[in-house]
Design a protein around this ligand. Structure first.
Ligand code: AHR
Length: 496
């Protein structure tokens, strides 16, 4: 079996926004407490950050980091998380039935963001919070001095503004589970008021309005249309969320889900164009895919109910090889749609549906870590159109599907190609042809191979699924060729 990936250096989709390789840290389960922050750990630095976790996160080079939620944010009051720690209240988080001690808040998150070179992306509370509370937070973060909240920040020991330019107007407000959920037009009015006050406080903000958080909700696209018709010129991005899973234990079908991610992006982008045209506005709204991942096992019962505890074990998904292939599929889809997807956030980064798990002082790198690492290293440049010519299979839910899922990024005289082999049985020969230039040489490449779809890393066997350097690429007459084992992932950079 042979698949050819056809590229042309002039057939460009658009520059890949680095923020597409973003992450998400929510006050949920053990993401913050016992995840990034654990003062009692032997790995803790002087501020309580876990240095082992930080080193692992550093390898993923996350860009935009969304914080502090998620469902959590719809009941969160940012003032609870600033000022002297011994004066901060312990409160009940209703979203995850947990206890929140507020030891980590805005200033601590900013400290972590600076350490890891993250672009902070704060979500305001539009569930129980007010537009005014949202704009006060902008003042606290961004205004140098001379007014109430700016001076409060200075009083808390932070003389220089944090300069947070990227903000989300609430979270999943279309979801009936969301605290403060309202119909689309009611949310849109709230979002518009918040957006205007926030931009009056700092005109340089970029704002993300809540779009549909799942394509299977009955309000999918209707919600987006109503919201955009109200807020159009006040916001810059509309959000999309997506969690997928292999509930039916049908691996080929699960692996084909990437096709529906393409569709979700294309449908939402089309809706944005429609509203733009219908309302005769020149402003383009782009997409912020600000929650995405595989999540289906730890999704009900005790896995989502914190039972009033601090840092309960919630949403602790254990990932395997097939999940990693789907994760590469998400990223391939974002790269293929670089013209419209400008921000995307892996949900989440530690312990909660995450590539990294902690257990006491131990840390485990899960399978999904690797495709992210393989791609983020090679993320700089312009996305090229990818024409994949090769064998296909019939997926029950998504129809005809290419075995090879791919994307490509050109950066000067180099092209990086990403490919996932969805064939669970056969080796596939992959050829890369760039129509207008010859591939000169391989600069470097990695491959991820496992022992079957359910192969996974555990604390007892932590290195079963991991990427390794790969040089078995043959370049002849300007065409690259290599073999991909079943269910494998490739990322390679070529000189052209
Ligand atoms: O990421 C976990 C949860 O999934 C988030 O809190 C929520 O926004 C989504 O439903």
């Amino acid at each position: 079996m042979t698949t050819t990936i056809h590229l042309h250096t002039r057939f460009q989709v658009g520059p890949v926004d680095p923020r597409v390789f973003g992450g998400f840290l929510e006050h949920l389960g053990r993401a913050v407490y016992q995840g990034v922050y654990q003062p009692g750990s032997k790995h803790a630095d002087s501020k309580g950050w876990r240095t082992d976790v930080i080193e692992a996160l550093d390898r993923l080079q996350f860009t935009a980091m969304r914080y502090p939620g998620g469902n959590f944010v719809s009941g969160y009051h940012w003032m609870d998380g600033v000022g002297p720690r011994n004066e901060r209240p312990t409160v009940r988080d209703l979203a995850w039935s947990s206890l929140e001690i507020n030891e980590v808040g805005t200033n601590e998150f900013m400290d972590l963001s600076r350490k890891l070179n993250w672009t902070p992306m704060l979500a305001v509370n539009l569930g129980t919070g007010t537009p005014e509370e949202a704009r006060n937070w902008v003042e606290y973060c961004n205004i140098p001095c001379g007014s109430k909240y700016a001076d409060l920040r200075i009083g808390h020991g932070f003389e220089h503004p944090h300069q947070v330019k990227l903000w989300c107007l609430g979270n999943e407000m279309d979801g009936p589970w969301q605290i403060g959920h309202v119909p689309a037009d009611a949310y849109a009015i709230r979002a518009q008021q918040a957006a205007r006050m926030m931009k009056m406080t700092d005109p340089d903000l970029e704002l993300v309005v809540c779009g549909s958080c799942a394509p299977d909700l009955p309000t999918y696209l209707h919600w987006d249309r109503t919201v955009l018709e109200h807020v159009r010129d006040d916001v810059d991005y509309i959000s999309l969320h997506r969690y997928v899973g292999n509930e039916k234990d049908d691996t080929p079908d699960f692996l084909a889900v990437t096709k529906s991610i393409d569709e979700q992006i294309e449908e939402t982008a089309a809706l944005c164009r429609f509203v733009q045209r219908a309302r005769k506005t020149r402003k383009r709204i782009n997409l912020s895919f600000d929650e995405w991942n595989v999540w289906y096992r730890a999704r009900s019962g005790d896995d989502v109910d914190g039972r009033g505890k601090l840092a309960p074990h919630l949403l602790e998904e254990h990932y395997n090889l097939e999940d990693a292939v789907v994760v590469m599929g998400f990223l391939n889809s974002f790269v293929r749609h670089a013209d419209v997807v400008k921000i995307a956030n892996l949900a989440q980064i530690v312990n909660v549906i995450a590539p990294i798990l902690t257990r006491g002082d131990e840390m485990l790198i899960q399978s999904i870590f690797y495709p992210i690492e393989m791609m983020t290293k090679r993320r700089t440049g312009t996305s090229l159109q990818v024409a994949v010519e090769g064998p296909t299979y019939e997926s029950k839910s998504y129809g005809k599907t290419q075995f090879i899922d791919s994307s490509a990024i050109m950066n000067g005289n180099t092209i990086s190609v990403f490919a996932a082999n969805r064939d669970i049985e056969k080796v596939t020969t992959v050829r890369i042809k760039v129509a207008d230039v010859a591939i000169e040489s391989l600069i470097d490449a990695e491959i991820l191979v496992g022992q079957g779809p359910k192969d996974a890393n555990t604390f007892e066997a932590p290195n079963r699924v991991q990427s390794q350097p790969f040089d078995k690429v043959c370049i002849k007459n300007g065409v690259a060729e290599f073999e991909m084992p079943p269910l494998s992932m490739f990322a390679g950079t070529f000189q052209i």
